[in-house]
Design a protein. Structure first.
Length: 616
């Protein structure tokens, strides 16, 4: 018997509730729409419920031709002793006919809106895609704004500055066209530019040098740097600082420009836009009050949700440059949409169109080198080649990548192997934290991380955090929630303290007190534990939470084959967090299943960009 109360008006939703697909939110929205509109037809109620389901599971819309497969992928988790529940989905063509004849609930449109059309309809139907109205507006708004930004905005570099550009980013490198120079040229020439590539391909390196050259040409240019999380913003700051400290940059870029660019403190996107109180998607800067910056650079764009991208584009001045940096093969936003992947389809992969060519995909690996074991594993994972990836994991003689094969990660031999990898670094964290060495404790804490798909259970963060605490503090554990050496992860933006979601820290003993020390986009900050509420222990964290970070050593715990979290992007994102050593724990069949399961979110953004560009 289901725990969800199903009102009589939407009693037809019962099979989806009993199957565990729909919950209270979707059911009561469908009931509210039926009551308000007077349209109680089952297929209309199911459309409302499934549009809501789609949004809660990361999809911008519910495509009636893909919906059954999407629901099965999310919810029909396989068990050895139980078959997935079968649902009697309506025929999509019949369903569409009913929705087109539901004017009180559904707005039907054959074209993308060039300007927002706000109406009383909770649903919008475009082709076979059903949207909640707010996400249709966001998708159309992003498409219209990006097309409007497609006009050229070239910079006429002086002879001397052009020579500096050639020194810092030569057009030809090792007898091949330099893609990093191509990325910089694209930024100079366009109001919107996409710079994508895997880890170590030099995305922020090339953008930092481009910015330095731009400031040499136009010293008054106002630059904003932002990323979706505090940790990603801190990493962006580190990358910019490292680029500015290169000898050739110091030689060719004036001290004033280097000082000015080093003084641009990256922030989270939310902090850049200026959140208004508790209203998550309402900001100080918007269409009527745009950001004052001439160049806005966003890193880790794969983590940016559809609604947040819509708000960002509303806030960037029409004549300003927008540079979007990211890796389209990483996990998508934990929230709604697949914005970066959709943009790559139209800007980089598509040969023609208004936005085509306004970006660059970087491919040369600068962090790893082209043939290191981690790079080889990452590239095989990106291609979905499980055979090659497993060969690299099993056959590396250097020990920088290892595969600890098991069905149960709690197997004593596997736990002991992970302890051998992790425990020495935990001892260093503990020693530094007890001695009051905040800098040393932070550095040691960032040297290794256990990454999981799940939060609970033997494959999850909570179990591995308990094990790591045991390894750090001994068999009795710490005996308290707060202890010297405890690594911390902020899980919510806290403007009062200046902490952002994703900021990491460690507990350090200072005199007789324990203090939580964080590295943030605002610099290093210390807090008494009583000041903190939205923090978690972070010996282990989810792969999603690790985005925007890198660690010398990563232990990646794969999900079981029965998990709905099995996915290629999960493995790729986890593996590419590792700089020097990667240890994968799990079942080879689960690994192969992950690589055979790329993410497929239901969105219409790529088509919206194409439709508007072609005048459809």
């Amino acid at each position: 018997m289901t725990a969800v109360r199903i009102p009589a008006r939407v009693a037809s939703l019962e099979p989806w509730v009993e199957a565990g697909v729909l919950g209270s939110t979707e059911v009561h929205l469908a009931d509210w729409v039926a009551r308000a509109s007077g349209d109680e037809r089952p297929l209309v109620g199911l459309a409302v419920a499934m549009a809501s389901w789609a949004a809660q599971h990361g999809h911008a819309c519910a495509d009636l031709h893909q919906l059954a497969d999407a629901v099965a992928a999310e919810h029909a988790v396989r068990n050895d002793d139980q078959e997935a529940v079968e649902l009697a989905w309506p025929d999509p063509h019949e369903w569409l006919l009913v929705l087109r004849d539901a004017p009180a609930v559904v707005r039907c449109t054959d074209a993308v809106d060039e300007v927002p059309v706000y109406g009383p309809h909770p649903l919008v139907l475009h082709g076979s895609r059903v949207y909640l109205q707010r996400y249709w507006l966001d998708e159309c708004g992003i498409a219209a704004t990006l097309r409007a930004r497609a006009g050229d905005l070239s910079v006429g570099l002086s002879t001397s500055v052009a020579a500096v550009l050639e020194q810092l980013l030569p057009a030809v490198d090792h007898d091949e066209p330099n893609l990093q120079r191509a990325a910089a040229d694209a930024v100079f020439a366009n109001r919107v530019t996409l710079v994508v590539g895997g880890p170590g391909t030099g995305k922020t390196y090339s953008v930092a040098r481009m910015l330095a050259v731009l400031l040499e040409q136009q010293p008054s240019v106002r630059v904003a740097l932002a990323a979706p999380t505090g940790k990603a913003a801190a990493r962006l700051q580190e990358s910019i600082a490292a680029a500015l400290q290169q000898p050739d940059v110091e030689q060719h870029i004036s001290a004033d420009v280097r000082h000015a660019l080093a003084g641009v403190a990256p922030s989270t996107i939310h902090r850049l836009l200026g959140p208004l109180g508790d209203r998550r998607q309402r900001f100080r800067y918007d269409t009527s009050n745009p950001l004052p910056h001439d160049v806005v650079v966003i890193d880790e764009t794969s983590m940016v949700s559809l609604p947040l991208m819509a708000r960002l584009l509303e806030a960037v001045r029409p004549d300003a440059r927008l540079v979007l940096i990211g890796d389209p093969d990483q996990l998508e936003s934990v929230d709604l949409g697949a914005v970066l992947g959709d943009l790559v389809q139209v800007v980089i992969d598509q040969p023609a169109g208004v936005l085509a060519g306004r970006g660059c995909r970087l491919v040369r690996g600068h962090r790893y080198g082209g043939d290191t074991p981690i790079a080889l594993v990452a590239e095989a994972v990106r291609r979905g080649d499980a055979t090659a990836a497993l060969e690299y994991l099993r056959g590396d003689a250097t020990g920088s990548v290892q595969f600890h094969e098991c069905l149960d990660p709690m197997t004593p031999a596997v736990v002991a192997a992970v302890e051998q990898v992790v425990a020495p670094q935990l001892a260093a964290v503990r020693a530094a934290a007890e001695s009051g060495d905040a800098e040393g404790a932070l550095a040691a804490s960032a040297a290794v991380r256990i990454l999981c798909a799940h939060r609970e259970g033997p494959f999850g963060v909570s179990t591995w955090n308990r094990l790591a605490e045991h390894w750090m503090c001994g068999p009795a554990g710490a005996g308290s929630t707060w202890f010297a050496g405890r690594p911390l992860l902020a899980t919510r933006n806290d403007p009062r303290l200046g902490l952002a979601n994703g900021d990491t820290g460690v507990v350090v003993r200072e005199g007789g007190d324990l203090m939580a020390v964080f590295d943030t986009a605002l610099g290093r900050q210390s807090f008494h534990p009583a000041q903190l509420s939205e923090v978690r222990t972070a010996f282990a964290m989810t792969v999603h939470k690790s985005q925007g970070s890198e660690y010398p050593t990563v232990v990646l715990v794969l999900p079981p084959r029965t998990s709905p979290l099995v996915g290629r992007e999960l493995v790729y994102t986890g593996a590419t967090r590792a700089k020097s050593a990667l240890h994968v724990v799990g079942d080879p069949l689960s690994f192969a299943d992950c690589l055979a399961t790329p993410a497929r979110r239901m969105t219409g953004l790529a088509d919206a960009l194409r439709e508007g560009a072609s005048g459809a």
